[in-house]
Design a protein around this ligand. Structure first.
Ligand code: PLP
Length: 390
């Protein structure tokens, strides 16, 4: 039995002296928000993704909320959302008073099933909300074609897709708005934080004002005198502080290296686990058109052992391997949505299989080559023991 000497957590932010010094520098000065680091972070993020406009926010959920608010989505409107995603993707639609319409996943990749998405369109549908699940871009050529045909907005949830491109264009720049997360286990972190990017100047400008109460001038220096402003729009306080932005500037410099390590870890883990009896791997490594950002490698357990997934996760943990589940329940079957809309069992079979049979393995930059070797060994051993017992 192999036991990992140094535990491998599922996610672990990689923070260095650069981030610590950048935070100390902010704390030594007078500007804690509305400052130069925020603009520097936005400019660097725009440069990395190729976006014309980038607006830093306090989280990805905040960015998504602003996106729908800015596009005027509200009561009576429907937004098509994958069933297999983070609850934020659907909650922001609900918070705007609109209705999320859930769609099942493609069994090969876990991304939204676009045939099912198209057949869910009604006269009330206003937007499509593709989520680049586990870092593999959704077929955005098809999404945009559907959106054009039905005159829909497209809000991309890119929380797991920083660094991922489709047809050479970064995720988030195909639709109207793309939203990113800097929560600690994502590709880069600012503690909490997010970013909205867009090709559309008017959309970005509106978002940027709504991020700060809808006030007409967001930078203190632009005001004629302290306290002089008007309120043009409905908005909230969804700003990212200078402290978060300073961390983000340093994290972005490391992103190319992080992405390369993710890609290498994913490839090594894939070749170590491919073909193992009892496991099926979700094909999220990317294609020629769709470059993945390799958020994690997700494996699905065979029906013969699926009932024992919790036990397997516990055993993996005891042997030093931290895993996760993306996501533990299809959203329509979470208490809130089930209670409100009353979904029937069996409506989302693929999302249900992914949430009940999958285990997500880490490939982040905190994982090195030796860790991957150990991971393959641990998973192989534990799986063999379970298959023998089944
Ligand atoms: C993490 C995540 C979010 C939420 O991001 P926050 O920054 O925590 O708001 C939204 N969507 C997806 C797909 C995520 O994975």
């Amino acid at each position: 039995m192999s036991v990992q000497s140094k535990p491998i957590p599922f996610g672990c932010p990689v923070i260095g002296d650069e981030e610590r010094e950048a935070v100390a520098a902010v704390l030594s000065g007078p500007v804690l928000t509305h400052g130069p680091r925020g603009r520097e972070f936005e400019e660097a993020f725009a440069a990395f993704t190729g976006a014309e406009h980038a607006v830093a926010t306090s989280s990805c959920a905040a960015a998504l909320h602003l996106a729908y608010l800015g596009l005027g989505i509200g009561p009576g409107d429907e937004v098509i959302v994958p069933a297999q995603t983070h609850v934020a993707t659907a909650h922001v639609v609900e918070v705007c008073g609109a209705t999320p319409v859930f769609v099942d996943s493609d069994p090969r990749t876990g991304n939204i099933d676009l045939d099912a998405a198209e057949s869910s369109i009604t006269p009330r549908t206003r937007a499509l909300a593709p989520v680049h699940y586990l870092g593999l871009p959704v077929d955005m050529a098809r999404v945009m074609e559907i959106a054009r045909r039905h005159d829909l907005f497209v809000v991309e949830d890119c929380a797991l897709a920083l660094g991922a491109t489709f047809n050479g264009v970064h995720t988030g720049l195909h639709g109207d708005v793309g939203c990113f997360s800097f929560y600690p286990v994502k590709h880069i972190t600012t503690g909490e934080g997010g970013m909205a990017i867009s090709r559309r100047a008017a959309v970005a400008e509106r978002l940027s004002k709504q991020r700060a109460f809808g006030i007409d001038k967001t930078v203190v220096a632009e005001r004629r005198h302290s306290g002089a402003y008007d309120v043009e729009l409905l908005g909230l306080n969804y700003r990212l502080s200078e402290i978060g932005a300073a961390i983000g500037v340093e994290q972005l410099k490391k992103l190319p290296d992080f992405l390369q390590r993710r890609a290498e870890n994913f490839a090594a883990l894939w070749s170590g686990l491919e073909g193992l009896e009892g496991l099926e791997l979700l094909d999220t490594g990317g294609t020629e058109r769709a470059t993945s950002s390799h958020y994690c490698l997700t494996a699905l357990l065979d029906d013969s052992i699926v009932e024992r997934r919790e036990e397997m996760i516990e055993t993996l943990k005891q042997r030093g391997l931290g895993v996760s589940i993306y996501y533990p329940k299809p959203l329509p079957y979470t208490t809130y949505y089930q209670h409100k809309y009353g979904f029937k069992r069996g409506e989302f079979p693929v999302a249900t299989r992914i949430s009940s049979a999958s285990i997500a393995l880490p490939v982040g930059p905190h994982v090195d080559k030796e860790d991957v070797r150990q991971m393959v060994q641990i998973v192989t051993d534990v799986l063999a023991e379970m298959m023998d017992a089944s």
